[in-house]
Design a binder for this molecule. Structure first.
Ligand SMILES: NC(=O)c1ccc[n+]([C@@H]2O[C@H](COP(=O)([O-])OP(=O)(O)OC[C@H]3O[C@@H](n4cnc5c(N)ncnc54)[C@H](OP(=O)(O)O)[C@@H]3O)[C@@H](O)[C@H]2O)c1
Length: 89
């Protein structure tokens, strides 16, 4: 299963993309600052079991990389507040 990590997924374009990628079979990592909103977004995903929440203020990016390494997560796709970057692994 491919993984996508979407910052800004609590609302707007990020939320819509989270829904779409999750529906397409991606394991979906939801990031934003408001955990309570992310929990609500997660509950509305087609496959919430194929998702995880990483509460993250982008001003604290070190926390994100530490979390990623601890969970052995290296997403194939990162959507940074709806600006997409991809890399090969
Ligand atoms: N909407 C459009 O039609 C459109 C078109 C072209 C480009 N864009 C660009 O796409 C981006 C998103 O637009 P949008 O309309 O989806 O905006 P939005 O609904 O306001 O969503 C912004 C998202 O970013 C999160 N966020 C804000 N500051 C953050 C921080 N410091 N750390 C982590 N997450 C943060 C917010 O969640 P929290 O508050 O919970 O952190 C929220 O999930 C913007 O850069 C916008 O300029 C939008």
């Amino acid at each position: 299963m491919k993984t996508v990590w979407i910052t800004g997924s609590s609302s707007g374009i990020g939320k819509a993309l989270a829904h779409e990628f999750n529906a397409q079979g991606f394991f979906t990592i939801l990031s934003a600052r408001r955990t309570n909103v992310l929990v609500e977004v997660q509950s509305q995903l087609p496959f919430p079991e194929n998702s995880a929440i990483l509460t993250l203020d982008l001003n604290e990016f070190k926390k994100a990389s530490t979390w990623s390494m601890r969970h052995f997560v290296l997403p194939e796709t990162l959507i940074y507040s709806s600006i997409m970057a991809e890399w090969a692994i």
